[in-house]
Design a protein around this ligand. Structure first.
Ligand SMILES: NC(=O)c1ccc[n+]([C@@H]2O[C@H](COP(=O)([O-])OP(=O)(O)OC[C@H]3O[C@@H](n4cnc5c(N)ncnc54)[C@H](O)[C@@H]3O)[C@@H](O)[C@H]2O)c1
Length: 252
């Protein structure tokens, strides 16, 4: 299936996990992909994987929390490929689980700086570009199950992901008439580096997270990438939506 042939997709946090799986899937389905990440090695590895599979990709380093770097990312992407049709604002962090909520302002600023400010900055540049082209395009943000639910010992993370849903809904409403469709994916547990970092050395941590999901396992990054591509392509009547992909968590 080459349903994204001739299209240009930008994925942040594409050096690993969900972002990498999304970048690879876009490339498999015909898009030219801008792979962006703050981590250069991971980003370049994603490009190599895409090229080895016969796809087209280019790495642009960017810390999404930095306003100037985000502006430069979008400018460089447009210079390279002429336009961006599909943006996926996926870069995010989820610091190690602590027994008690961590109320340090440094942690709060770091988490919201990347998870919320980063998405805000990327959306602002992407929307301006899509409008300048006369409208049209899609944006998918990576929220979380924590966009819908509080997490007892992670107030800042949960707040940042609730806010991503607020940005998605608000901008989704405003720009729908300009043909810019804005949605979010809201995953439950996904087996990626973030999950490993998050659980630290916690023995049996992944099994505990899996057991917590009604489906009895965590997701593979490819299952989230599938949903991101659906929202970017076939989901032509879906606007301002936060799509839960949570193995049944929210049903309980
Ligand atoms: N894994 C899960 O269980 C899970 C669940 C719900 C939501 N999410 C969300 O999915 C997204 C992707 O996470 P993942 O699970 O693939 O984890 P991951 O750690 O594998 O990937 C995150 C990527 O973001 C990059 N990144 C971090 N800070 C950045 C910054 N300032 N600028 C640019 N890039 C930066 C990292 O280098 C990394 O490559 C995150 O927004 C995360 O909150 C993950």
């Amino acid at each position: 299936m080459q349903d994204f042939a001739g299209k240009v997709a930008l994925v942040t946090g594409a050096g690993s996990g969900i972002g990498r799986a999304t970048a690879e899937l876009f490339a498999t389905r015909g898009a030219s992909v801008i792979v962006s990440d703050v981590a250069e090695a991971g980003g370049r590895e994603t490009v190599s994987l895409i090229e080895a599979a016969g796809g087209a990709a280019r790495f642009i380093r960017c810390d999404v929390a930095d306003e100037a770097q985000v502006a430069a990312l979008i400018a460089e992407a447009i210079e390279a490929y002429g336009r961006i049709d599909h943006a996926v604002n996926n870069a995010g962090i989820d610091p190690e689980l602590t027994p008690e909520p961590d109320w340090s302002i440094e942690k709060f600023d770091r988490i919201t700086g990347i998870n919320l400010r980063g998405v805000f900055l990327c959306m602002r540049e992407e929307i301006a570009h899509m409008q300048a082209r006369g409208g049209g395009g899609t944006i998918v943000n990576t929220g979380s199950f924590a966009s819908y639910a509080g997490v007892p010992n992670k107030p800042a993370y949960s707040a940042s992901k609730h806010a991503v849903l607020g940005l998605t809904r608000s901008a989704g409403l405003f720009y729908a008439r300009q043909g810019i469709r804005i949605n979010a994916v809201c995953p439950g547990g996904v087996k990626t580096a973030i999950m490993a970092d998050n659980l630290g050395g916690f023995d049996g941590g992944e099994q505990m997270v899996a057991d917590n999901h009604p489906i009895g396992r965590v997701a593979d990054a490819a299952e989230i990438a599938d949903a991101i591509l659906w929202l970017s392509g076939a989901a032509t009547f879906v606007v301002g939506h936060g799509l839960l992909i949570d193995g049944g968590l929210a049903a309980g």
